[in-house]
Design a binder for this molecule. Structure first.
Ligand code: ATP
Length: 472
């Protein structure tokens, strides 16, 4: 296996370890990624003895360019050398208590250290000592699992997951990222231990969810979360989308699987994590707004509006950022029907201007979401929607070039209105501004200062205000 350890850093670690007469291995994700031919810059090195002492010797050998950071409390040290980051740790044995994922740690052997790993594919180790340089230590047949694309815990999965329930999320995340399958006992143990997830911090759960969301096909992760019962605990709002009811022979689509199709679809078009979250949550208001009407069949009136309102609670609960990223997701969810409705009707200039005004700079993302939202199995329908969308996109471009609505700034400011009519700050000023904005969006006047100012005089007259006169 020597061919995998070509970087000169491994020779330096090897010499330092031999000089200190310590067993030393590169272990975990880096070794796994070598076999998977995935690029990885984070190297974990485990030694039988003090990891800090070994790190200090390696940093010394690397010279000035290397940066050494020691974490005394954790007994670990990191050496940064250009773009490589090497973590050094002494081999350890861990034992857990029921209500915490913080283990009691003792010094241990390589075997102890491999036993505490989450999956067999993450327990592979390559020896760095000169005599055994490149030797693979694979006590759990991790390499076979790697070739078979299987995720399996090294020890009894009930113990592995109960000890540190984050491993359940990690397992589903790896299955999604690597397109692996959970071995049946491992899968069933997640189902059995699902409620242990409650001892994990929301930040760690969100971190894993984001890694699932960043994968090529996040649906795989969400289906596993659903099947193991974890989804019900961490994102019940998404689980509530599941199920297709039929009444009087009229059914509706299963919004869970539809949502996952939209999510996978959008992942082919964008890496924007928040647009991906918008896809996951675009129909989140549907379960709460679902009604059966004898005349109309199933309806989900205002689900976009209710969905928009549900998002702060979901973001807060998962400790996702409740800043402009959340506002963006809310905007996408609230507007996600608009281009579709527009494309079903006659595409008027006024409706396009209003859409541009409401979406602003996020219009292209909104169109991407809407296009992904077309998951119909009926090819005729898909064709019709797609061509209508092309028309909407064309119109959006034409109108934007002509009217510049995307970053709409009122061509007449409130101050100008107040000064012209000698008005104090009051609701009338807002009303005049709104009427000018509406006139521009409806195409009554162009988006230009002169035209807006003339229109301002006209409105003021309607309101009985003359320039320079005070409002009674
Ligand atoms: P990624 O970098 O994609 O998160 P990774 O496997 O490199 O994948 P790290 O979190 O860097 O993940 O962990 C490095 C190694 O440490 C893992 O390969 C695994 O052996 C071990 N490990 C990490 N977290 C756990 C855990 N919760 N339980 C058991 N072993 C773990």
């Amino acid at each position: 296996m020597q061919e995998y350890l070509q970087d000169k850093i491994f020779q330096i670690i090897s010499t330092a370890a031999d000089e200190q007469q310590k067993e030393c291995y590169v272990i975990g994700g880096y070794v796994r990624d070598i076999f998977l031919k995935r690029d990885s810059k984070d190297i974990d090195v485990v030694t039988v003895g003090s990891g800090i002492e070994l790190a200090e010797a390696v940093a010394k050998k690397l010279g000035k360019k290397a940066i050494l950071t020691v974490f005394k409390n954790f007994g670990t040290a990191q050496v940064k050398n250009f773009d490589l980051e090497v973590e050094f740790v002494g081999a350890r044995k861990e034992s857990y208590q029921r209500n915490s994922r913080k283990p009691i740690v003792e010094n241990g052997t390589l075997e102890d250290d491999q036993n505490r790993r989450d999956f067999t594919i993450n327990a592979l180790a390559l020896c760095l000592n000169k005599e055994r340089f490149g030797e693979l230590i694979d006590p759990f047949n991790g390499l076979t699992d790697l070739n078979n694309k299987v995720l399996r815990t090294p020890l009894n999965p009930d113990i592995t997951f109960s000890d540190d329930p984050l491993r359940m999320m990690r397992g589903i995340r790896f299955a999604t990222q690597l397109n692996f399958n959970l071995e049946i006992n491992t899968f069933e143990a997640i189902s059995r231990n699902k409620s242990r997830i409650n001892i994990i911090s929301k930040e760690r759960i969100a971190d894993e969810l984001n890694k699932i969301m960043k994968s090529d096909k996040p649906s795989k992760g969400f289906i596993l979360l659903e099947k193991t019962g974890l989804l019900e605990i961490i994102l019940p709002e998404v689980l509530a989308l599941k199920g297709a009811e039929t009444r009087d022979g009229i059914g509706h689509k299963d919004n869970f699987y539809h949502t996952l199709a939209v999510l996978d679809g959008i992942c082919e078009k964008t890496d924007n994590l928040w647009l991906r979250w918008s896809a996951l949550l675009h129909d989140i208001g549907k379960p709460r707004t679902k009604r059966f009407d004898n005349r109309l069949g199933w309806t989900f009136h205002n689900h976009n509006y209710i969905g928009e309102k549900m998002i702060p609670e979901i973001f807060h609960k998962l400790k996702l950022p409740t800043n402009d990223k959340m506002k963006y997701v809310q905007k996408m969810v609230s507007l996600h029907m608009r281009p579709i409705v527009l494309s079903e009707d006659e595409v008027t200039d006024s409706a396009v201007r209003r859409l541009l005004f409401d979406a602003g700079n996020d219009i292209d993302d909104l169109m991407t979401l809407c296009e992904a939202d077309i998951t119909s199995k009926n090819p005729e329908k898909v064709k019709r929607y797609k061509s209508n969308f092309q028309l909407v996109r064309k119109k959006l471009k034409e109108i934007e070039e002509k009217d510049r609505i995307r970053n709409f700034q009122p061509p007449v400011s409130g101050t100008e209105i107040m000064e012209t009519f000698n008005l104090p700050a009051c609701s009338v000023v807002g009303d005049i501004k709104m009427r000018i904005k509406d006139a521009i969006l409806d195409g009554i006047i162009p988006n230009e200062h002169e035209a807006a100012k003339n229109y301002m005089y006209k409105i003021a007259e309607e309101f009985g205000i003359k320039s320079g006169t005070e409002l009674k």
